[in-house]
Design a protein around this ligand. Structure first.
Ligand SMILES: [Zn+2]
Length: 414
């Protein structure tokens, strides 16, 4: 038996008054989801370990069977993997935003005036040339999202996500040790030395960026200037077993996603990353291309993780119509065609459909609430669930599963 997970990022939701008290999954026209649920077995799944934030990286890695309380190392190491940077045991990697600070000392935004990838890369290359050393390395990523690697850095420091803190005084949010009494481990800087180094990089980046020609252009165009770096979400190389190591039936696997963090998880999970032309992470994404890529991968691989971001983005935008459309596109352009195709295959494939977390349109943030899931394969004995929705799946035969239980149940299907 091969295995395919179809993940609609953020697609579950709350009841919405404008939809007559229905959730979006209940309201949207989803004949393929409903057929999938009525021919499969359903349940609810808690995807966020207590104490961790409901981030997509946390939820997706949990769904893949990882105990995040053991292996979570922040976004930095996942993004390093997605950029093709192989971390060594000595490295501490951090997400490094380029952002805008106001002249009176506040965080104005987390994106430096929506930098293009070329603009962001120019800045990061300049910073690496001026501030890079044997210890400090800046690596270019996408738009305003880059990577800072510190050799011998100690992760026992407090860093702050800038997108959660617009309007706050940045000096109060500089890096500090979790505990001033923590001393240096063998071969590493102490947490205090690590914090001081990062803070000095932040201050020196501000001096260098104040004079950068790009910011003159931004000022002329009336765009916010990109006048500081902001490193956060630090961690070491994750000690994750690959899926091949955890599940011997998985000889090879693939991940299909437009999102860097998910590609990073896939890298550590031992999945090859399949690039799909026109995969954007938005509702204009190439659904047919992703669907074909998943079917193509299933011809050679034992395990495929197909991640579709669009519903989450629409949820963050608070755009009800767009999120409904994202759900209907996933139904019509992915789940329907995949079910039709796999029904005709001799090779049996177990398919799971689920979101990673709700991103309710009326709240516009991730919630750590259980999500509905359905598992289907040819010949499965269906339960009584007839539609794919939060309320319907809650009555499914799997009941409510917790964290890694989902992957264990899914991979049990032989
Ligand atoms: Zn997500």
């Amino acid at each position: 038996m091969k295995h395919l997970i179809i993940l609609g990022d953020g697609m579950s939701d709350h009841k919405v008054a404008r939809l007559g008290g229905k959730t979006l999954l209940e309201y949207a026209s989803t004949p393929a989801f409903d057929r999938f649920a009525s021919e499969g077995r359903s349940g609810m799944l808690h995807t966020i370990p207590s104490g961790l934030h409901p981030g997509s990286e946390v939820a997706n890695a949990t769904i893949l069977g990882y105990d995040l309380t053991e292996v979570y190392e922040g976004r930095g190491p996942l993004e390093a993997a997605s950029m093709g940077y192989e971390m060594t045991a000595d490295d501490m990697a951090m997400r490094c935003n380029i952002l805008t600070l106001t002249s009176d000392g506040l965080i104005q935004n987390h994106h430096g005036g929506h930098l293009t990838t070329d603009e962001g890369r120019d800045i990061i290359k300049m910073l690496d040339g001026r501030l890079g050393s044997d210890r400090v390395k800046f690596l270019p990523g996408v738009q305003y999202r880059h990577l800072l690697v510190i050799k011998g850095g100690d992760k026992r420091i407090v860093t702050t996500p800038p997108h959660d803190n617009p309007g706050k005084e940045w000096r109060n949010l500089l890096v500090r040790p979790i505990d001033e009494n923590d001393t240096a481990l063998p071969g590493k800087m102490s947490p205090r030395e690590t914090a001081d180094l990062i803070n000095s990089l932040i201050l020196r980046s501000q001096e260098l960026l104040a004079a950068h020609p790009l910011n003159k252009r931004h000022e002329e165009q009336g765009r916010p200037v990109a006048n500081s770096i902001w490193p956060w979400s630090q961690g070491y190389r994750p000690s994750m077993l690959t899926l091949q190591q955890m599940y011997p039936d998985v000889r090879t696997g693939a991940v299909i996603t437009a999102v860097d963090l998910i590609n990073g998880i896939g890298h550590y999970a031992g999945l090859r990353s399949v690039h799909v032309e026109g995969a954007t992470g938005l509702v204009d994404t190439n659904y047919e291309g992703k669907c074909l890529a998943a079917l193509e991968a299933l011809r050679t691989d034992d395990f495929v993780f197909l991640h579709i971001e669009a519903a989450d983005e629409a949820g963050h935008d608070g755009d009800l119509e767009l999120k409904i459309r994202a759900i209907e596109y996933l139904d019509r352009r992915v789940v329907g065609p995949i079910m039709r195709e796999l029904s005709m295959w001799d090779e049996p494939v177990a398919v799971a459909l689920l979101p990673d977390h709700p991103t309710p349109v009326e709240e516009r943030v991730h919630r750590a609430e259980p999500v509905p899931f359905t598992i289907w394969h040819k010949g499965i004995e269906p339960d009584d669930v007839l539609a794919y929705s939060e309320a319907a799946c809650a009555k499914g035969s799997y009941g409510t599963l917790h964290l890694m239980e989902f992957m264990h149940e899914f991979m049990k299907i032989k």
